[in-house]
Each structure stands twice: as structure tokens, then as C-alpha cells.
Ligand binder design. Sequence first.
Ligand code: CAA
Length: 257
Amino acid sequence: MAYETILCETKGRVAIITLSRPDALNALNTQLVGELAEALTGYDRDDAIGAIVITGSEKAFAAGADIKEMAPKSFMDVYREDFAANWDVAARCRKPVIAAVAGYCLGGGCELAMQCDFILAADTAKFGQPEITLGIMPGIGGTQRLTRFVGKSKAMEMCLTGRMMDAEEAERSGLVSRVVPAADLLTEAEKVASKIASLSLPAVMMTKETVNRAYETTLSEGILFERRVFHSMFATEDQKEGMEAFSEKRKPNFKNR
Ligand code: CAA
């Protein structure tokens, strides 16, 4: 499938999607989000893929939703089309999705990165929710996800002022899992993605589903959910293989699907 706003490649069991609207710092418009959704859905269904990386350019992961596309819209336009309702494209993926972020990661770009399972940041990354400076507010989950990642005080300050966070502050406050030198970002992202993709896919997917449950439920319900999913893993061939391989002091040969 030929896309115009994203580039797709696979390396072994890892799919890499590169946001590619260089003239607009990868701003998310309807076309880009549509193409990203289609690519992600395809990889999610593809047995040959075990993990997905979303990245941008050296200058920008994405500088937000496309302001020029949004500018002429009226309240009735956005309300009637329920604008951005289906922009949770990465959050809908069942396989792990890693955001590899360099440069600007702002507004809808930061919201897209936060939909991913974790964010690996280059030391050049800058995160922010500058929508308030445009007379609007985040609309793809920013007020909710950023608050869960960094806590109310910092999220409130960032959403109310539009202040950007550098990579070091983002790591310190729990927004990103790790910061790496910009030159190593893609290599590191591919390395961690291929490690995940080499493991038991059902175990990976169920673990992802269970960690995400922590954001949606109480502690006791979450722990019960975890235990039930944990029990169900004993029905998989990969559980037998993983434990036998440990006893036999060899590498497990997971079915990966
Ligand atoms: N939408 C559309 N175009 C954008 C864009 C965006 N979000 N961000 C940058 N661009 C375009 C610029 O208009 C410019 O295009 P032209 O050359 O045609 O003028 C090009 O990308 C390069 O940008 P700059 O010249 O501004 O680059 P810079 O290095 O001087 O500044 C920046 C970089 C600080 C990121 C600046 O571009 C900027 O502030 N961008 C907007 C950031 C923003 O406000 N994001 C939030 C968008 S709203 C949103 O996301 C809502 C939501 O939650 C749904």
C-alpha cells in the first residue's frame, strides 16, 4: 500500500512507521491519521509482526494536529463530525507500539506518543501541550494521559501555559521510559522492539492489556484481572516451552503467535 504521509518498513518481526510530512513538522492531519490507522491495523493483524515502532524526523516527532486544517472549522463542524474521536489510533493497537521521539513532540503529537505503550526519547526531544496558546485545549487525550503520566501539578502547568519539557525532565517525571543520544534513537527503538517481538506474542499482548487495565480500574479489580489472565497463560504452548527451556538451560522457541 502506497502512503503519502507515512513511510512503512519491516525489519524481521518489527514494523517501523515513520511520520512523514516534512513541510509541516509531521503535523497530524486527517490524511496522516487515516494512513497511520490503516498501517497500524494491518500490522496488528499480521502474524509476522510482533512489535511496532512509530517515529518521526530528527526535528519533529509531530508538532501537533494540523492547525491549518483545523483553523476554518466551526463548533458545528467539529461536533457533527465528532472531530478527533477516532484519532486514538495507537491506543487501539493490541500489539506493543513504541514511540521513538526526537525533536518537537507537541499537542496532538505528544498525545499520539502517549497513546503508545512507552516512549523512548532522544536527548533532543521536547514535549508539550501548547494548545492553550492557540485558544483551544488538548483534544486527543492530552489532559487525561499527561496527568496520569506526570501528575496533576506538572500536567496542569504544561496545559495551562504551553511550556515545553525537555527530554531529561520528561524522563524524571515519568513521561518517557528512557533517554538516549539522538544518533542512537532508532537503533535503540528497533533493539527493544525486536526483543519484545522475539517473546511469546500471547504473553506480550496479555501483559500489555493487563498493565493498561491499571489505568481503568481499582487496585483490587486490577489485581483480580491480572490473576485471571495469569492463570489463562497456563493454557498456552509458550508457557510450557518457556518453562521447559529454562529447566533444560536452553533458549525458548516461542510460537510467537
Ligand atoms: N500544524 C500545521 N503546520 C505546522 C504545525 C502544526 N501543528 N507546526 C508547524 N507547522 C508548519 C509551519 O506552519 C511551517 O510551515 P510553513 O513553512 O509553510 O510556514 C513549518 O511547519 C515549519 O514550522 P516553523 O517554521 O514554525 O518551525 P520552527 O522551527 O520555527 O518552530 C515549532 C517549530 C515551535 C514547533 C512551531 O512550528 C510551532 O509552534 N508549531 C505549532 C505547535 C502547536 O501549537 N501544536 C499544537 C497544535 S493543536 C493540537 O494539537 C490540538 C489537539 O490536541 C487535537
